[in-house]
Design a protein around this ligand. Structure first.
Ligand SMILES: *Cc1c(COP(=O)(O)O)cnc(C)c1O
Length: 218
């Protein structure tokens, strides 16, 4: 079994200790943490990794450049305090968003309203830096946020030092590798409607982030 643990990082979850064979990380995100390098990692037992390495080197040919490796190693030195701060900030923001009249739902493992809050508490050392929230008319709200946010970046990607927010329209998922069919798509649509906002919380002062969101949400 393999797990993509990009959003958790090893600071929050240790999948190998939970019985997983292979852990995948996009190093581009929280691991590097500064939005300036691309990379990936697969972690697991030596015999699995050497087989993967031999085949992927030949068939995929993707290897990390020295510059990217150096930037990512530098970023990794501060992984622990960055994840702690992002997590603390996100916990503040999630509670604040849940009470905001323009927000119809907040999905964050640190909130008691999360359906798997108990599992998250048992399995995660910290609730993490990623928040999902929903508003009515997400398309109109996405334009409003893009126009008004000043501290939070309205942009794609996640896991940077700076907070990033973006609408993930349900339609767009259908053109990605996460596309769904039949009952899975119907269930997702029921739950997510036309789309969800993804907020990757960064290392800014949480008061500034709340002020920025308050101004932008209206
Ligand atoms: C971004 C992301 C990836 C892909 O990583 P890249 O480094 O952008 O290729 C894979 N899984 C998750 C969960 C991600 O957020």
């Amino acid at each position: 079994m393999s797990v993509d643990s990009t959003l958790a990082t090893p600071v929050i979850t240790r999948p190998l200790n939970l019985g997983v064979d292979l852990v995948i990380h996009s190093l581009t995100k929280f691991m590097n943490g500064h939005g300036d390098a691309l990379g990936g990692a697969v972690i697991g037992r030596k015999e699995l990794i050497s087989a993967l390495r031999a085949r992927s080197g030949v068939y995929l040919g993707a290897t990390l450049s020295a510059q990217n490796a150096w930037l990512i190693l530098r970023g990794l030195d501060t992984l622990y305090p960055r994840i702690r701060t992002a997590s603390d900030n996100a916990a503040r923001l999630a509670g604040w968003l849940e009470a905001h009249p323009a927000v119809t739902r907040v999905i964050y493992p640190g909130l008691p309203s999360h359906p798997q809050h108990a599992l998250a508490r048992a399995q995660m050392a910290l609730p993490g830096g990623m928040i999902v929230f929903q508003t009515t008319d997400p398309q109109a709200m996405s334009h409003q946020l893009a126009d008004r946010l000043q501290i939070i970046h309205y942009a794609f990607s996640l896991g940077h030092q700076r907070s990033i927010c973006v609408l993930i329209p349900t339609e767009d998922i259908q053109t990605s590798t996460f596309r769904m069919q039949g009952p899975a798509l119907a269930r997702y649509r029921d739950w997510a409607g036309d789309g969800l906002f993804r907020l990757s919380v960064g290392l800014e002062d949480p008061e500034d982030l709340i002020e920025d969101l308050a101004r932008a949400l209206g």
